[in-house]
Design a protein around this ligand. Structure first.
Ligand code: FPP
Ligand code: MG
Length: 309
């Protein structure tokens, strides 16, 4: 049976929205759901490797965006939770592969040794593959009270997002651009909208689809997500220069070391900060139709430019 959507009339958000408290609460809920999503089975080593990276902490921004958007569009957290977990599985697998010696060759992630440092390159590749496959299985088998056609739309959106039209394509251009400090702002934008922006956009769009949102709402929310996605990456580039290893839980200064073109290398730190703020303002402007119930999405947009890790 397909569950009726919640009434949109009752504001459930307090007048002064406490983002820190909201993020903390949502992180706890997401951590529990992720912990329950994968049980150890035989062969234990691969499940341990998958769980090692999936449960290593992190901001859980993608699941939280998915849950918040589903809620805003009148759905429930339960409807969106399997997709929220799948988004984190996909994000985690992309980081495991990104950290491999054949890619960015990183030793630390989320404050812990990277997956291949603990389990070896072979198991790390397979842990990424296992997480990616399981993400799709998890959405298809665990989503309840959502119309089957909307579950199929979510699976299709996720597939599009991770493939050559999304993360994979962005990563390829990112690798090809290493050592080329003269790449254009247009190429840099392509890399970031695909490598980082696409999954953030899918997090929001999938949350809306699961709540059976209208196409105009999905288009508006997509634009919100595209803006915060690019702002997120600009701030990431800035933090790579200004933050410490401890703050980031990974090696800082890697972009300079790998001679990667970044927004600060193109525009300088100050202009990059201004550009990120402009993007967040545009994202928030897309939410003007929604009133107080969109406070979580507004607050998350603001958090993206003020975060220090
Ligand atoms: C981190 O970027 C990496 C990503 C955001 C995604 C990388 C994508 C892949 C490895 C493709 C994965 C394959 C599939 C099938 C999804 P970064 O290196 O700029 O940031 P970092 O400093 O956190 O490593
Ligand atoms: Mg990297």
């Amino acid at each position: 049976m397909v569950q009726a959507k919640k009434q949109l009339t009752e504001p459930e958000t307090p007048a002064i929205f406490d983002l820190n408290n909201y993020l903390k609460q949502q992180q706890i809920i997401v951590e529990q759901a992720l912990d329950q999503s994968i049980a150890i089975a035989r062969p234990e080593k691969i499940y341990e490797a998958m769980r090692y990276s999936l449960l290593a902490g992190g901001k859980r921004l993608r699941p939280i965006l998915c849950l918040a958007t589903c809620d805003l569009m009148g759905g429930t957290q339960a409807m969106a939770m399997p997709t929220a977990c799948a988004l984190e599985m996909i994000h985690t697998m992309s980081l495991i592969h990104d950290d491999l010696p054949a890619m960015d060759n990183d030793d630390f992630r989320r404050g812990k040794p990277t997956n291949h440092k603990v389990y070896g390159d072979d198991i790390a590749i397979l842990a990424g593959d296992g997480l990616l496959a399981y993400a799709f299985e998890y959405v298809a088998t665990q989503t309840n009270n959502v119309a089957p056609e909307n579950i199929i739309r979510v699976v299709a959106a996720l597939g599009h997002t991770v493939g050559a039209a999304g993360l994979v394509g962005g990563q390829v251009l990112d690798l090809e651009s290493e050592g080329k400090l003269d790449i254009t702002a247009e190429t840099l934008s392509f890399i970031h909208t695909h490598k980082t922006g696409a999954l953030l956009e899918a997090s929001v769009v999938c949350g809306a689809i699961l709540a059976n949102a209208e196409s105009e709402d999905i288009a508006r929310l997509s634009r919100y997500a595209q803006n915060i996605g690019l702002a997120f990456q600009i701030i990431d580039d800035i933090l790579d220069i200004t933050a410490t290893d401890e703050q980031l839980g990974k090696t800082a200064g890697k972009d300079l070391q790998a001679q990667k073109a970044t927004y600060p290398s193109l525009w300088g730190l100050e202009k990059s900060r201004l550009k990120a703020q402009e993007l967040v303002d545009s994202a928030i402007a897309e939410l003007s139709n929604y009133g107080i119930q969109a406070e979580p999405l507004r607050a998350i947009a603001n958090y993206i430019v003020t975060r220090d890790r």
